[in-house]
Design a protein around this ligand. Structure first.
Ligand SMILES: CC(C)(COP(=O)(O)OP(=O)(O)OC[C@H]1O[C@@H](n2cnc3c(N)ncnc32)[C@H](O)[C@@H]1OP(=O)(O)O)[C@@H](O)C(=O)NCCC(=O)NCCS
Length: 148
């Protein structure tokens, strides 16, 4: 059973080592960039590592910012990177479900995600998890939402 861990000085290197495949790099920022953003947005960012036993297999980051002027940014999946060799094993869906649990705990009723449309992208993954397109496009990305 996978679990979430906070980012600490001890697991930082393992977090940065999580790499998606070359072809997927167009769809998500590298973990190191997300951690820099998490540092700069530490009031709202919620970065976590997914572990299976002693293996760090994925990185997920939420943004919880209930007062944000753009509704799609109030509670959402900000980043999700599953290591290339660990994809297709349920870790991505575990990470999204765990993020949704945290969102619910904080009183949110809706989780959003923005994805880059395109071949090899995560659209099918989010639709499979029950996200629906809202019809909005923000910064060229498709907006999806899931009611909690
Ligand atoms: C997209 C991503 C997060 C999926 O993670 P994963 O751990 O491989 O996904 P899971 O094993 O939990 O898959 C859950 C379901 O979604 C399906 N799925 C996974 N990726 C898919 C894709 N790209 N398109 C369509 N379906 C997909 C799986 O087949 C599985 O279906 P099932 O329930 O019928 O078996 C992962 O491929 C990844 O890190 N991609 C690169 C980065 C990226 O695009 N991140 C999202 C940024 S918004």
């Amino acid at each position: 059973m996978p679990r979430l861990e906070e980012i600490t000085p001890d697991n930082l290197a393992a977090a940065v080592e999580i790499k998606v495949s070359l072809a997927q790099e167009a769809f998500v920022a590298p973990v190191v960039a997300s951690l820099a953003e998490a540092y700069a947005s530490r009031q709202t960012a919620w970065p976590r590592l997914v572990y299976d036993g002693d293996r760090a297999v994925a990185f997920v980051m939420a943004n919880f910012d209930p007062g944000h002027e753009i509704e799609a940014f109030r509670c959402g999946v900000w980043r999700l990177n599953v290591a290339a060799a660990e994809q297709g094993k349920g870790y991505g869906s575990f990470a999204v479900r765990a993020l949704c649990e945290e969102a619910r705990r904080r009183g949110h009723r809706r989780v959003t995600v923005l994805w880059e449309p395109g071949e090899g992208g995560p659209e099918g993954f989010y639709l499979r998890l029950g996200f629906k397109r809202t019809g909005e496009v923000l910064f060229g990305e498709t907006v999806g939402e899931l009611a909690l």
